[in-house]
Design a binder for this molecule. Sequence first.
Ligand code: GRG
Length: 402
Amino acid sequence: MTSETAAPVGPFYDALHANYIVTLGDKLDSPTSYEGAVTEHLRVSGVYWSLAALALLRTEGEVDDLMGLTKPIQAATDGTDENKIRSAIVDWVFQCYDARVGGFGGNCSGENPHDAHLLYTLSALQVLAISNSLDDERLDKDAIANYVSSLQNEDGSFSGDEWGEIDTRFTYIAFSCLALLGKLPLPDWNNSNSTQVVSEEKPIIDTYKAVKYIMSCRNFDGGFGCVPGAESHAGQVFTCVGALSIAQSLHLLEDADLLSWWLAERQCDSGGLNGRPEKQADVCYSWWILSALSILGRVDWINTGKLGQFILNCQDDEDGGIADRPMDMPDVYHTFFGLCGLSLIGQLEKIGNKEGQNYRQIDPVFALPTDVVSRLGLKAQVIRNGGVDVEKRLQLHSILDI
Ligand code: GRG
């Protein structure tokens, strides 16, 4: 285990990254775009990654102006003389709402939403959170909460949609959606070992059972898989640690050192992190692993300087954006999670070159800028390790001393 804090050496392409994100939508909309065609089904998540990435580089007002969050903006010209206006992102998100079940689809065809899925329901709520639109009167919070509730199974797990696939991702998503809606009941560890009942009503989900299910997915190596007995994977570790954090249940982890050791072991010679043993490093694990280590209070268990340098090596120095690995094509998923990685190791503000303003920070539990988490009053739980003070971005959560 290492505890290197040496800053990576830049350059960091702030302006190129912002331009890459702002121009992406028009490129994907082009009828000849290959990337547009293959990512069409997950466009709501793509919009969330884009907005959240830009939100780390620019202020709330700048993001609105550049992306057209709450107002329509001029789309890029398509070679004709026509002025194309793109509708506000918030309005488009509401077109993706599948009122039939109460969740959001990943896109819409004209006025028709794609079938709802928990994945896109969270992305849609995250876009609305970033846009300060969670109180928009079009948002039917009860219907969405009922949709989430309808996907909980008898053993506490969650399915992603009506077709039934079960995965610990969906438990994290269910908790995060209900937290964003202000409707998550917490487990009652002090009294009844069940889910807290507020005002005599049956809780919307059984959070206690859901947390128990998460713990049943823990493995001998300290990690978590997508279902009981499945191989540990860093992505699933984020979802399980994140879910325990949102449900104020991190005390169940008991041996957080074993899990943190497994996470720290994911660092490769290149400085990058992989998702499981014997796999290649990939920029996105900078998020899945660092977010978990942040919640566990152990970011210093990896060599953060080397990781920061790996992320910088994955930048496209001509067109902006960040790729999974050096010399690969950038995409917005890796751009977002690369920026998150730099933020979580405290390097964005050190190597970034934005004058006169601080960079916004990412919250490791809700994957939203910390100012948004604070504005919404979202509260999770983080571990204070070895008496070391928790860093400022985490102080809005409850702190567990173990
Ligand atoms: C709000 C940030 C946020 C997330 C919502 C969707 C979700 C909840 C979490 C996904 C967690 C997860 C499973 C991430 C891993 C994604 C990934 C890179 C999978 C690749 O798996 P393999 O097997 O790759 O193709 P490896 O790297 O193992 O070879």
